[in-house]
Write a protein of this length. Structure first.
Length: 726
């Protein structure tokens, strides 16, 4: 239940101006992560590449001088021409790199033998390994374009060709601050193999200012035929000059490196010089320095690609962490909740030597609960346990107190106070309570007739200081209500069984909880230090040495938020308040005794399962999107369905334990997807609030009063205590 605080900080106006930013930043961070993953997939994935390779066609439209000419094809002018490398000059060319493993080894061999070469690089690889592009340029090699994604350009439109080249140039500009005029088409061969499909592409490439470079000899090193065979295929004949095709990427290239280490000194002894293309042709360098906006665009591109890799690595670690947390939590819940159920359902199970029959005080703090308060009070009137009811009106402006007084019930007292917040209202009710066991509930909640009786039975054990009841969603007829119903049954109550067995229950729900008066008084009553006063008081009672247990049969029906905005507000307060409570009680980590046990068991579990896990959980869905777009698609879908299956098993088990129909679980897949995003944004917003020094006020949720108490059995008389209205 949400209350507002009357306290205002001096800079509240300034903080209100920060409010839109606090809502905006979590969404921006989520989209930034998605954008980084999409960029990473765009650069790394082969899913976006076009692997079609056109078979050879007729060549009747290719000029004769091209078919019979050299491997350097110039179509920049009106008349296409070709060039050959002079005798005893060799231009080694390497395609498809740079590769982080093999390109450095190739460069090392070239450097050792004082040889230059031309590297035809793809934009994807150049973007990922810019330092290798810089090394190529610094060591005197030339760099040429090999497209961005390595498609057969004969299948592509002019627009796609322009994009492939411009993206490739962008990567070179960012990596080494250069442009290049050299281009090699993917899947190209010798000029004599030019055909009617590839020739129009070559003409268009020339119109853009590029020299097309094919080859004289092909080592076919990609087939891994052996070192001797690579050398035999690559070696030019009779001292002729040649452009030789090799690869420094695309797979295991150890044969290429070994062949190169033999090939270079052997041909150098025969009088060959290994030069880059413009050196061999005695032409100006193919490189042009890039300056101005083009240079900064390139640098920005390289930075973003590098950042996307770093972010993806971090997110992958986060995915591993959330995967471990999800399965660890579900494993613990299934194991320990099963132990809890078997323990509490034994025929001879008893909380203590004698049942608790003494009357108790029920505190109902209320702020503007006119639509709900009558249902709440009348549900208490049907209680099977003797009670007094104290309604604390916290400065309501809708006549909440008058409604209760007009009911004229003999066992109900109304206590009025100026608006001071829920903790103050509960403390005021505690001061007016007559009995030693205090039941607390919300003004929008209804109890079953047996709820109070079941809730107070654990106090027959003198070690028990507080008891958590079983809060349920009363308005579950809408989709968002059904989702919260799943969350309450699966998340909250299955969790409470687990925490009960581990003796580190983190929260007595505000909707249904009971306390020993002496335990409350020893810890100073309810505190307004945090926005989650129920979590705060529970942790304080643990630290004072009391046991906190879960009474699953003490059911209470509460009105859950009915819109995303109200759900957001509620969970924002819960998340932020939980973080405050964890921080407030962090000293328990170093304490001894019960406080230390709670600090070293309870606080880490609460931090991991209630703060870290929801914050990282959206990574499951983010990587689902990534896997669907960039692959491996089947494995991604199977992994996601596996996680969902585990969740479904846990949810079904929780529903069976709570004797709930399984029908709402039909919406579980959609609930998991959407809830994860909401909880992520809420938690991130809570972190931002904490880091910016913000302080939330109590946020009142709109109630419709649609939750009514289950009727008492026919003829049943509620054993209430006498009292008077005050």
């Amino acid at each position: 239940m949400a209350f507002r605080s009357t306290r205002r900080s001096p800079d509240s106006a300034s903080r209100r101006r920060w409010l839109p930013l606090r809502y905006l930043l979590p969404v921006l961070v989520l989209f930034a992560m998605l954008a980084m993953l999409m960029l990473r997939g765009y650069v790394h994935s082969e899913i976006l590449a076009d692997f079609r390779v056109r078979p050879g066609t007729a060549d009747d439209k290719v000029p004769e001088q091209i078919l019979e000419g050299g491997p350097v094809i110039d179509t920049r002018g009106k008349t296409p021409t070709t060039l050959r490398v002079p005798d005893h000059r060799v231009v080694l060319t390497f395609d498809d790199g740079p590769d982080p493993t093999w390109t450095p080894r190739v460069l090392d061999v070239l450097k050792k033998n004082h040889a230059h070469a031309v590297f035809f690089v793809t934009g994807t690889m150049a973007s990922r390994y810019p330092e290798l592009i810089r090394r190529m340029v610094d060591e005197g090699h030339e760099v040429g374009l090999h497209t961005f994604n390595h498609p057969d350009l004969s299948y592509q439109s002019k627009r796609r060709i322009d994009w492939e080249l411009s993206q490739n140039q962008l990567a070179l500009a960012g990596a080494a601050g250069i442009r290049t005029s050299l281009f090699r088409p993917p899947y190209s061969s010798e000029s004599e193999n030019m055909d009617n499909a590839s020739w129009p592409v070559t003409e268009y490439i020339g119109s853009l200012g590029y020299l097309t470079v094919v080859n004289d000899t092909d080592s076919e090193d990609w087939q891994k035929p052996g070192v001797d065979e690579i050398i035999r295929r690559a070696k030019p004949e009779h001292g002729q000059g040649a452009i030789i095709l090799m690869h420094d990427s695309g797979g295991d290239r150890h044969q290429t490196v070994r062949a190169l280490a033999r090939f270079l000194p052997e041909l150098q002894e025969e009088g060959y010089r290994f030069q880059n293309l413009t050196e061999a042709l005695d032409a100006p360098s193919a490189h042009t320095k890039v300056t101005g906006a083009e240079l900064w665009k390139g640098k920005a591109w390289i930075f973003l690609v590098s950042a996307s890799d770093d972010v993806t690595d971090i997110l992958a670690v986060g995915l591993a962490v959330i995967g471990f947390l999800v399965f660890a939590r579900f494993g613990l819940m299934l194991l320990l909740s099963g132990l809890h159920a078997r323990r509490t359902r034994r025929k001879n199970f008893r909380w203590g030597p004698e049942p608790v029959t003494e009357p108790v005080s029920v505190l109902v703090p209320a702020y503007n609960e006119a639509k709900c308060i009558e249902n709440t009070v009348r549900s208490l009137m049907r209680s099977e346990h003797p009670i007094e009811i104290i309604v604390i009106d916290d400065g309501s402006s809708d006549g909440t107190a008058r409604i209760v007084e007009a009911m004229g019930l003999p066992n109900v007292r109304v206590v009025r106070q100026l608006n001071a917040g829920k903790p103050a209202a509960l403390n005021r009710g505690l001061a007016n309570a007559r009995y030693d066991i205090i039941v607390m509930m919300d003004g929008d909640t209804v109890f079953e007739p047996a709820t109070v009786r079941e809730l107070v039975q654990p106090f027959s054990d003198p070690r028990v200081g507080a008891v958590a009841g079983n809060a349920k969603v009363g308005n579950k007829d809408t989709l968002i209500g059904a989702w919260q119903h799943i969350e309450y049954v699966m998340g909250f109550n299955l969790d409470r069984r687990m925490y009960d067995v581990l003796q580190c229950m983190p929260t007595i729900p505000g909707a249904v909880g009971a306390f020993r008066r002496s335990a409350l008084e020893r810890v100073g009553g309810m505190s307004d230090d945090t926005l989650a006063e129920d979590t705060d008081i529970t942790m304080a009672i643990h630290r004072d040495g009391w046991r906190v247990v879960y009474a699953e049969k003490a059911r209470a029906w509460t009105e859950a938020p009915e819109s995303v905005q109200q759900l957001w507000s509620q969970r924002y307060r819960w998340s932020y308040g939980t973080m405050q409570a964890i921080w407030k009680h962090r000293g328990a980590l170093l304490d001894r005794g019960p406080s230390g046990r709670f600090g070293r068991v309870g606080l880490p579990l609460v931090s991991l399962f209630m703060v870290v896990a929801p914050l990282l959980a959206p990574l499951i869905d983010i990587f689902l999107i990534y896997g669907l777009l960039f692959g491996p698609t089947e494995k991604t879908i199977l992994a996601w369905l596996g996680v969902l299956a585990v969740q479904a098993v846990c949810a079904a088990y929780a529903f069976i334990l709570d004797r709930e129909p399984l029908t709402p679980l039909i919406s579980l897949p959609l609930q998991q997807i959407l809830y994860r995003q909401i909880m992520y944004v809420v938690l991130l917003q809570s972190w931002i609030t904490a880091l910016t020094g913000g302080r939330l006020r109590w946020q009142k949720l709109r109630r419709k009063g649609g939750v009514s108490a289950p009727p008492s059995a026919p003829g049943q008389r509620s054993p209430v205590m006498d009292g008077s209205s005050a």
